[in-house]
Design a binder for this molecule. Structure first.
Ligand code: ATP
Ligand code: MG
Length: 185
C-alpha cells in the first residue's frame, strides 16, 4: 500500500468486524530512535492462539466473499521490510492488539500518509464505536476520543456534513501542531 494510513484503516476495519465497542489507534513517532510505532487495540471478540498464528498467512481468512485476506499480511510486510517488528496479541472474548514498528530511516519505509482522514472516516462511519486516537511526536502528544466529541455534540450525528468537516480540520490541525517526523507529508 502506498500509505500506512490505508493499512491502519484496513486493520481497524477488522476490529469493527470483530464487534469492538472501543478501538485505540496509536501513532507514536520517535525522532531520536527513528522508530514509528503503530498500535491498533480493540475490545472485540478476539481470536484463539491457532487463529493468531495463521493470520499473517494471506490465504487465511474467515471471509466468504473471497479467498485471501490481505489486511494483516500487508501491514506485517510493511513493518518488517523496514527492519521493524510485528506482533499480534489476542484473547478470545477480550480483544486484539496489533503492534507494528517501523524504522523510519529505512529507504523501504512507507510514508505514513493521511492518518487523520482514516480516523475521521472510521469515527464517522462507526458512530457506536469509541475511536481513541493518540498521536505523539517525541514528548508532544494529542489524544482524540470520538465518544467524547459525540457527547459534546448533544445528539448531532458525527456524520452530519458540518461536523465531519470540523472533525477533519480539528484532527489535522492538532496533528500538524505536533510537527512531523517524515518530511514531505
Ligand atoms: N481484530 C480482530 N479481531 C478478531 N478477528 C480478527 C481481527 N483481525 C483479524 N481477524 C481475523 O483474521 C482474519 C484475517 O484478517 P485479514 O485482515 O488479514 O483479512 P480479512 O479481514 O479476512 O480480509 P481483508 O482484510 O482483505 O478484507 C479475519 O477474517 C478475521 O477472522
Ligand atoms: Mg481485514
Amino acid at each position: 500500500m502506498r500509505e500506512l494510513s490505508l493499512n491502519i484503516l484496513d486493520v481497524a476495519q477488522n476490529s469493527v468486524s470483530a464487534g469492538a465497542t472501543r478501538i485505540e489507534i496509536d501513532v507514536l513517532e520517535n525522532t531520536g530512535t527513528h522508530i514509528l510505532t503503530v498500535r491498533i487495540a480493540d475490545d472485540g471478540r478476539g481470536m484463539d492462539e491457532q487463529t493468531v498464528r495463521r493470520l499473517p498467512d494471506p490465504f487465511f481468512t474467515t471471509r466468504t466473499t473471497r479467498k485471501v485476506g490481505m489486511g494483516i499480511p500487508l501491514f506485517k510486510m510493511a513493518a518488517e521490510m523496514t527492519g521493524g517488528t510485528f506482533l499480534i496479541e489476542s484473547e478470545p472474548g477480550r480483544g486484539t492488539t496489533v503492534t507494528a514498528t517501523f524504522r523510519t530511516d529505512s529507504v523501504d519505509c512507507t510514508p505514513l500518509g493521511d492518518v487523520e482522514s482514516s480516523i475521521c472516516a472510521l469515527a464517522t462511519m462507526n458512530e457506536q464505536i469509541d475511536i481513541v486516537y493518540t498521536r505523539a511526536a517525541d514528548e508532544r502528544k494529542f489524544v482524540f476520543s470520538s465518544a467524547e466529541i459525540k457527547a459534546m455534540l448533544d445528539g448531532v450525528p458525527l456524520n452530519e456534513p458540518s461536523v465531519m468537516t470540523w472533525l477533519s480540520e480539528y484532527l489535522k490541525e492538532n496533528a500538524a501542531a505536533l510537527g512531523d517526523l517524515q518530511p514531505g507529508e
